[in-house]
Design a protein around this ligand. Structure first.
Ligand SMILES: O=C(O)C(=O)C[C@H](O)[C@H](O)CO
Ligand SMILES: [Mg+2]
Length: 403
């Protein structure tokens, strides 16, 4: 099955998405997500200008060889732009291979290890009362796991706190908007939030929280300890993870489970965290960590320790990524949970898909390949619009802080 053509489709049905479509001499096409929030066109160019010319004429079945060719062959390894581009090719090739085999991708990976993929939804509120209401709304829709984020008294805008709708979108401005931050206010407020939420939902719902890289290790250790009574499923991105060793300090102080990995791109970014058992969940995902081929390598390393998966699934990962992730999730033996932020109706219309939600679980469906398509005519009606994630500054003196 020879690759005859490939092209990048950039569209903005509510937010920007970059999609790679690969065509073959058998008439089959494969799709891969290449979206890198706020840096979309860099990946589009990387693919169009540097990767696609190398793909034409290759055997689409040689997924591993093409992966190594793009990773080792570039000389410049790793990094989000490179790995998102490789991921898009890899995802499209797995889609093609499964279509050629006439089976859903999860069957090709080794078959289903579970009946469905447990997901967590996002409950956001401007204060504790509104967040509790949102959590209860998710519980009523059947969710078994819910992430809770709330506004912090005294801070004007806080990440994760949207407009109180199902469609929170952080990349909201033509140039980065600025948020303010106070660690002291956040650390005072967050245990109160989970006290209220846990009391409202009872013991059986899994609760999650995203710290979004904003604490120092010792502050994160304190928050983990303060949250222990509320039995979180995980505390996410407690501290920036460039220094993997930092998690040792957090780990020494708290039994709150730790999750990290949405900004990681390779197994090298998580190797020490996994091997030293400093985390409980690894959150790398298909699009930003080199596709199915590389995610499988990360998951296999994690399984030895045993760290479980918890793939990132925000709305800036397109339905193509979500579809591929769900096949992976249904198969991977050390599955933990999958994030699920719903896409808008406009996005869902551009990317018709076979996956479905029911009672707190997603299922990838039985269509061949990963089961996600693109309506190119509709996509063309939504041209690219520059949009950035916000930046975060310390409230007391304006120092640029982690976002
Ligand atoms: O979904 C999450 O856990 C996030 O932290 C969302 C990220 O901020 C978002 O994907 C950045 O592009
Ligand atoms: Mg996160």
């Amino acid at each position: 099955m020879k690759i005859t053509a490939a092209r990048v489709i950039v569209c903005c049905p509510g937010r920007n998405f970059v999609t790679l479509k690969i065509e073959t001499d058998q008439g089959l096409t494969g799709l891969g997500d290449a979206t890198l929030n706020g840096r979309e066109l860099a990946v589009a160019s990387y693919l169009t200008d540097h990767v696609i010319p190398c793909l034409i004429g290759r055997d689409a079945h040689q997924i591993e060889d093409i992966w190594q060719y793009l990773y080792r062959g570039a000389y410049w390894r790793r990094g989000p732009v490179t790995m998102s581009a490789i991921a898009a090719v890899d995802t499209a090739l797995w889609d093609l291979k499964a279509k050629a085999a006439g089976m859903p991708l999860y069957q090709l990976l080794g078959g289903a290890s579970r009946t469905g993929v447990m997901v967590y939804g996002h409950a956001n509120g401007r204060d504790i009362a509104q967040t509790v209401d949102e959590v209860l709304r998710y519980q009523a829709q059947g969710y078994k796991a819910i992430r809770a984020q709330s506004g912090v008294p005294g801070l004007e805008k806080v990440y994760g706190v949207g407009r109180g709708t199902m469609f929170y979108e952080p990349a909201d401005a033509d140039l980065p908007s600025e948020h303010d931050w106070s660690t002291e206010k956040y650390l005072r407020h967050t245990p109160q939030l989970f006290d209220a939420v846990r009391r409202a939902v009872g013991p059986d719902i899994h609760l999650l929280h995203d710290v979004h890289h904003r604490l120092t290790p010792i502050e994160a250790a304190r928050l983990g300890k303060d949250l222990e009574p509320y039995r979180l499923f995980w505390m996410e991105d407690a501290t920036p993870a460039e220094n993997q060793e930092a998690f040792r300090l957090i780990r020494q102080h708290t039994t709150t489970p730790l999750a990290v990995g949405e900004v990681f791109n390779t197994v090298w970014d998580c190797k020490d965290l996994i091997q030293n058992q400093l985390i409980d969940y690894i959150r790398t995902t298909v699009v930003h960590a080199g596709g199915i081929t590389h995610l499988r390598r990360i998951a296999d390393l994690a399984a030895l320790y045993p760290v479980r998966t918890g793939s990132h699934g925000a709305t800036d990962l397109s339905p193509v990524c979500m579809g591929a992730a769900l096949h992976f999730d249904l198969w991977v033996p050390n599955f933990g949970i999958q994030e699920y932020m719903r896409h808008t109706d406009e996005t869902d219309a551009v990317f018709p898909h076979a996956y479905t939600f029911s009672d707190g679980f997603l299922h990838p469906g039985e269509a061949t390949g990963h089961g996600v398509d693109i309506d190119e005519a509709l996509a063309a009606k939504y041209p690219y619009q520059r949009a950035y994630l916000p930046v975060n500054r310390q409230q007391h003196d304006g120092t640029l802080w982690h976002w």
